[in-house]
Design a protein around this ligand. Structure first.
Ligand code: N2P
Length: 615
């Protein structure tokens, strides 16, 4: 069959085809390889190699947040695996034994969850849980994981059953075994490899699911992928590379074990990779020190990304003898969706002005206890008693700021108008926020209209402008619109001032403009949801942020403007005097607060979806 050694086309000398395949494999695996390699990189900067270290893996062992998330992932993964595999196996047996009427339709219904877009499953599950009044948490995550993985289990077990010889079962029954005994002693051992393969597959799916989990997880049920994603938003650290590498190795091993079983190898051959995979996953958990038991005090904070520094949180934790769990969002709409879905278990939220109004009116906020907020006197009266919350019964101001254009002077010259974001010379170098009100608002302002326009014609015009602009836009992103200016990928970005102020300090070529046509102003506030599980601790946190030194630290580290007048003298002159952070009075006069538009919101949302989905 085979030619002499080295002479055959498939041995020895590389062929064109071989090289091609190698190229394809490299293409597939290079990103993963880079990730694994850089998880051993001594430097903090991700892109430059500074020598080998195991530090990031060691750091992982001391990181309570990651370990907590890993523990959640393991609990969810194990429970979902047992239940989904049991249900899937039962269903596969039923399909194998009986010919149902409308068999084709039933088959299709079983496969459907595999092909339905994940995002559709995610939102429908969320809706269902809200309708049932279930509080988002462990239970909802586990139910969702079972929901999306049962189909996979059915498919895998059915494949194994295809060659199943039913006469063996019949023989057992003839010899007097009841159905239960027959199942346990004959059927199950025969299909065990298929069942195990299904279990491993379900476990691997559960461990790395992001989309669905992000919809149905509540406070305290954050899984590893969600934790990683929220860490990535404040920059990719080598520690994230390390967790990702572990996750990758573990799921790879589990899938490999499942594959071996499916191929009909004995369970013993699959045992090694399966156990190894589980050990890799459990190792940091076993070796590290996850956060202690249920007795501790926890504040669940849901806040904008890039809005509070870890050192500030650490200060509060120390002061209050409590732990802060943080989740982040990037649009008011995301916050609203989460809160309106019900019972999320957060203690403190940070909505913008018009969203305070919405939440307050729908009764989602807790009335504040003034006696617990002695430092409220530090707030500049201009930010108190506004229309969105008369008498500040439900909110305290946290930050204020503007939405304008951050840009690279060297590349684009001076910018003073929204027109710059529509300039074809900058095609492919423009970034827009992923935010209906801010993008449509910018287009409206550019054309001399109010960003709160309720006139369908004006809003339609704004949407057409955004559609015209789309070919020039590199990406829509509300989280990392600042870093891309630093790296040079983007020359002009619409965004909120604080993050621009921070990168401007690193690169003198970067500038921030509040366009002459006007811009949006926001006042973001801390509030306590009516359903907050720890209202006393929540008040303590609110008051903590109102202290002059703390407000100054928050402003200095995050670059957004503080409404705390007692904090201003404590700020370094370069922050106090930075017009990107504290604009001059005549600039302030051009700013407009975003308001709740009631029914018209639907129009904004629909047009924005059209802009985002058009080609
Ligand atoms: C920070 C977003 C700024 C908040 N990532 C705008 N309301």
């Amino acid at each position: 069959m085979r030619g002499p050694a080295g002479a055959g086309p498939s041995r020895g000398r590389p062929t064109v085809l071989g090289l091609f395949s190698l190229g394809i494999y490299l293409f597939l695996y290079a990103p993963i390889l880079v990730l694994v390699v850089f998880s051993f990189n001594r430097g903090r900067l991700t892109a430059t190699w500074e020598g080998f270290t195991l530090d990031w893996y060691l750091k992982l062992l001391g990181d309570a947040q990651i370990l907590g998330a890993l523990r959640n992932s393991l609990i969810v993964g194990c429970v979902a695996t047992v239940l989904a595999t049991a249900i899937g196996t039962a269903a596969a047996l039923a399909f194998h034994r009986h010919r149902f009427r409308r068999q084709g339709a039933l088959d299709a219904l079983v496969i459907l969850p595999i092909v339905v877009p994940e995002i559709v499953l995610a939102s429908s599950l969320l809706l269902l849980f809200a309708a049932l009044g279930l509080r988002l948490g462990y239970l909802t995550v586990i139910l969702a994981h079972i929901g999306f993985s049962v189909s996979y289990a059915v498919v895998v077990v059915r494949a194994r059953l295809a060659g199943f010889d039913r006469s063996l079962e019949e023989a057992a029954m003839d010899l007097g075994a009841g159905p239960g005994r027959t199942f346990l002693r004959v059927t199950l051992p025969l299909i065990a490899p298929g069942v195990l393969a299904a279990a491993l597959l379900v476990f691997a799916l559960s461990i790395d699911d992001y989309v669905i989990t992000s919809f149905v997880a509540g406070v305290g049920s954050t899984t590893l992928p969600i934790q990683i994603y929220s860490m990535v938003r404040s920059g990719i650290s080598p520690e994230i590379n390390a967790v990702s590498a572990l996750l990758l190795v573990a799921t790879g091993l589990l899938l490999y074990a499942a594959h071996r079983l499916e191929r009909g190898r004995g369970a013993r051959e699959a045992l090694f990779p399966a156990v190894l995979g589980l050990v890799v996953l459990a190792a940091p958990f076993l070796l590290g020190r996850p956060a202690g038991g249920g007795e501790e005090r926890v504040l669940n904070l849901y806040i904008w990304s890039n809005y509070i520094a870890p050192e500030t949180l650490a200060r509060f934790e120390e002061r209050a003898h409590a732990r802060v769990r943080v989740d982040v969002y990037d649009t008011n709409e995301a916050l609203l969706a989460k809160v309106q879905a019900g019972n999320v278990g957060y203690d403190v939220l940070c909505p913008s002005n018009y969203v305070v109004d919405i939440l307050r009116q729908q009764g989602s906020l807790r009335a504040l206890d003034r006696s617990a907020l002695p430092h409220l006197v530090n707030i500049d009266p201009r930010f108190l008693n506004r229309d969105f919350d008369p008498g500040n019964r439900h909110s305290v101001p946290y930050f204020w700021g503007t939405c304008g254009i951050g840009y690279n002077r060297k590349r684009v010259g001076t910018v003073d108008s929204w027109a710059a974001l529509w300039d074809p010379r900058f095609a492919g170098r423009i970034l827009m926020l992923d935010d209906p009100r801010e993008t449509l608002g910018a287009a409206l302002l550019w054309r001399g209209r109010s960003l709160n326009s309720r006139d369908p014609e004006a809003v339609g015009m704004a949407a057409r402008l955004l559609l015209d602009q789309k070919p020039l836009v590199k990406t829509y992103d509300s989280a990392n619109y600042h870093d891309v200016l630093l790296s040079g990928d983007v020359w002009l970005a619409q965004g909120w001032n604080g993050q621009f102020a921070k990168v401007m300090a690193h690169d003198p070529d970067l500038a921030y403009a509040i366009p002459k046509e006007g811009a949006s102003l926001f006042i973001d506030n801390l509030v306590i949801p009516a359903s907050a599980p720890h209202p006393v601790l929540a008040h303590a946190f609110l008051d903590f942020t109102l202290e002059a030194e703390i407000a100054a630290e928050i402003c200095r580290t995050m670059g957004y403007s503080t409404p705390n007048q007692a904090a201003i003298p404590l700020l370094p002159p370069e922050v106090r005097g930075n017009p990107a952070i504290f604009p001059a009075e005549d600039v302030l006069a051009r700013l407009e607060l975003i308001q709740d538009l009631g029914e018209t919101t639907v129009l904004y949302d629909r047009l924005w979806t059209e802009v985002k989905t058009s080609r």
